[in-house]
Unconditional design. Sequence first.
Length: 150
Amino acid sequence: MTRSLTLMVAYLVFAGVQGQSPSCKLFVHGTFQEGGTDKQSVISGKPSGIRTLRRGHTQKEHHKATGLKLVYQVRWVDECTFQLYDRKVTHGQADATTAPTDTLTVHITDTWPYGYAYSCSSTSGAPEVIGTVEMVMPKGYGATGFSIGF
């Protein structure tokens, strides 16, 4: 009886841990994709969406539809909020309504194992933007059924 009870408690603890949303810290570094998998993009064959590479205090963005490439500096305000500032355009033409000195504040509002939802505001006074981002996993990741600490 005691052994059965111990196994049941262990199972409930394991199931509770598996059901929790991951910490925002999981998304400090990585490659992310926003959009680009919608039905119209697939049908037309035209690239779309934004591919983001975030490492350390730098974030690089590639807007696939326009070819625009941007580099931002990143400052984490708290576990789920970061700011993008000091924008540099490395390829293409940036939107004229935003300035290189604008600061974007991104708040992660929800997380799941391979992505997050966010809201983003700007010091330029542009309307708040909300969206979802998926983490781009390297080919073969997870094929063995175990992870490396995530």
